[in-house]
Design a protein around this ligand. Structure first.
Ligand code: FES
Ligand SMILES: [Fe+2]
Length: 404
C-alpha cells in the first residue's frame, strides 16, 4: 500500500520548518494530528519500524505468564515461555486470523488457545494442536509451517521493547542519556504494582507526548498542583542526531519532594538515589510509545497506544522498589498519591482533548515555541528523521525549509 499519498506529500512539504531548536522551529502542521492518511504514513514510517515499549519484565514474573497489548491495528502478546525467555508474538491466529487474546488480557498458561477453532500455541509461538485438521495434512506438517509471528525484542532497563522490523538497529545505543537514569533508579529490579488503561482518548498520539514533555503549561494548567516543581526549574539537554530519547528534568523546590499539597512525599523515597535525583523529576519519552517520569518516590510509565489519527489508549503503570511495596502504609500512600496524580492527569486530558479540536480549525497556525518547550522541536527532529528515512526508501526527499 502506498502511504505517501498526495495529501501526505503536501503535509510533509513544509515539515522541516518544525525542526531545529525552539528559536527557529515552527510548530508542526496541524494536519499531522488530524489527517488519517498521515496517520497511515506514520504507522508505516514510525510504528512499523521503531522500538515499541510494551511493558516491564516484572509484569511477567513467572514462566507461563502473558499479557496482551494492542498497538494500532496489531494485537500483540508478550509471553514468558517455559525457557524463561520473553517474547513478543502477534496475537493473530495463523489459521484464519482471529486475534487469540483481547487487549489487556493477562494470565498464566502452558498454551494459548484461539477461541475460534481451538488451535493452540505454545508460549514461544509454535503450533501445539489443531483439531480436525489431519484430513488436510499431518499435524507435523501443519506445525512445521505454522507459528505466531515473533517480533524482534530488546530489553532496556527492564522494559520490554519490540520491533516489527526484523532488520531494526538495536535500541540501546541510542539511549545514552537515559541509561544513567535507568541505572540510578535500578529500573531492572522495580516492580509494576498497578496498570490502568484509559481507552479511546480523543487525541493524537503525538499530542500526548508533547504535553507530557513540555513544562511550559505546568505553570498554568497545573497551577498549585505543580508548584513544587515549577517550570522555571526545568533544564534542557542538547539534541543529538541519533538520540532515541527526548528528555528533560524539572527541579523541585527542595530535595525529596512530591506532588502533594504539602510538597512532602507520602510514598517512601527510593533508597540509593543521589541528591541530584532526589531533587528533580526526569521526564523522558522513547518515542513512539513510552513516556516516563522518574520521581524520587516512584517511576511512572505512560504507554501511548494509538488507534487512529484522533484516538489512542493510554496505559499507565506505576513502578516501585520491593522495599517501598513492603512498607505497611504503601497501599494507602499509593491511593493518596493517585488522587493527586489523577487530578493532574485529568487537567492534561482536558488539554489534550481541546488541543485536538483546535488542530482541526482552519485558523490553527504554525506558532512559535517558548524556551520552556525546548523538548518539542527535539521531538519533531526525532519524527522528521523517521519520515525522511521512510521517504528515502521510496526515492523521495523532503524539501529544505524555505529559510534554510
Ligand atoms: S482462526 Fe484461530 S483456530 Fe481458526
Ligand atoms: Fe501536564
Amino acid at each position: 500500500m502506498n502511504v505517501v499519498t498526495p495529501q501526505v506529500r503536501e503535509i510533509l512539504a513544509e515539515i522541516r520548518a518544525s525542526t531545529g531548536d525552539f528559536r527557529s522551529a515552527r510548530t508542526m502542521p496541524p494536519e499531522v494530528y488530524t489527517s488519517e492518511e498521515f496517520f497511515q504514513f506514520e504507522w508505516e514510517s514510525v510504528f512499523a519500524r521503531e522500538w515499541l515499549c510494551l511493558g516491564h519484565v516484572s509484569q511477567l514474573p513467572e514462566n507461563g505468564d502473558y499479557f496482551a497489548i494492542n498497538v494500532g491495528p496489531e494485537p500483540l502478546i508478550v509471553t514468558r515461555a517455559e525457557d524463561g525467555e520473553i517474547r513478543v508474538l502477534s496475537a493473530i491466529c495463523q489459521h484464519r486470523g482471529y486475534p487469540i487474546l483481547e487487549n489487556g488480557e493477562t494470565g498464566n498458561a502452558k498454551r494459548l488457545r484461539c477461541p475460534y477453532h481451538f488451535w493452540s500455541y505454545e508460549l514461544d509461538g509454535s503450533l501445539a494442536t489443531a483439531p480436525e485438521m489431519t484430513r488436510t495434512c499431518p499435524l507435523q506438517e501443519l506445525k512445521d509451517e505454522t507459528a505466531l509471528p515473533a517480533l524482534k525484542v530488546e530489553l532496556f532497563g527492564g522494559f520490554i521493547f519490540a520491533n516489527m522490523d526484523p532488520d531494526a538497529a538495536p535500541l540501546g545505543p541510542t539511549l545514552d542519556k537515559l541509561a544513567p537514569e535507568m541505572e540510578a533508579f535500578d529500573t531492572v529490579n522495580l516492580k509494576a504494582v498497578k496498570t490502568v488503561d484509559y481507552p479511546n482518548q480523543p487525541w493524537n498520539w503525538k499530542g500526548m507526548h508533547e504535553n507530557a514533555l513540555e513544562p511550559y503549561h505546568t505553570l498554568f494548567v497545573h497551577a498549585g498542583y505543580h508548584d513544587v516543581a515549577p517550570a522555571q526549574n526545568a533544564t534542557f539537554l542538547e539534541w543529538d542526531e541519533n538520540d532515541g530519547q527526548v528528555m528533560h528534568p524539572t527541579g523541585f523546590r527542595e530535595m525529596d519532594a512530591a506532588f502533594t499539597p504539602s510538597g512532602q512525599p507520602v510514598l517512601p523515597i527510593i533508597a540509593g538515589l543521589d541528591e541530584t535525583r532526589r531533587s528533580r523529576v526526569m521526564f523522558a519519552s522513547i518515542p513512539p510509545v513510552v513516556f516516563f517520569a522518574f520521581s524520587p518516590d516512584q517511576v511512572f510509565v505512560f504507554l501511548v497506544l494509538p488507534e487512529s489519527a484522533d484516538s489512542m489508549t493510554l496505559r499507565v503503570t506505576w513502578l516501585f522498589p520491593e522495599s517501598s511495596i513492603k512498607e505497611p502504609t504503601f497501599e494507602w500512600a499509593l491511593d493518596v498519591q493517585n488522587i493527586i496524580n489523577g487530578a493532574i492527569n485529568e487537567q492534561d486530558f482536558v488539554t489534550n482533548r481541546r488541543m485536538q479540536r483546535g488542530q482541526r480549525s482552519r485558523y490553527a497556525k504554525r506558532g512559535r515555541y517558548s524556551h520552556l518547550e525546548s523538548t518539542l522541536p527535539q521531538f519533531n527532529n526525532w519524527l522528521v528523521k523517521r519520515y525522511e528515512s521512510y521517504l528515502a526508501q521510496t526515492g523521495e526527499r523532503l524539501p529544505e525549509p524555505a529559510d534554510a
